[in-house]
Design a protein around this ligand. Structure first.
Ligand code: ZN
Length: 71
């Protein structure tokens, strides 16, 4: 049997990328759907700012270089 399975699952809830980031407000782990993760990462890596929304609606701004705090 040689069945090509190129169809994408329209539910796609499993196809998420773990950004290893947490919401700055509520500390919820942030995940991105694979369909947009590539775009977001490309934006950030090209020096742009990507806007993410946590499941509770808090806006995060994602930049390539996060500013370090001077302790
Ligand atoms: Zn949040």
């Amino acid at each position: 049997m040689d069945i090509k399975n190129s169809k994408k699952n329209s539910k796609g809830s499993k196809d998420v990328v773990d950004l290893e980031l947490k919401c700055i407000v509520c500390r919820t782990q942030l995940y991105l759907p694979v369909s947009v993760a590539g775009q977001v990462i490309a934006t950030v890596q090209s020096g742009g700012v990507a806007v993410l929304l946590c499941p509770y609606g808090h806006v995060q701004y994602l930049r390539r270089e996060q500013q370090m705090y001077d302790c």
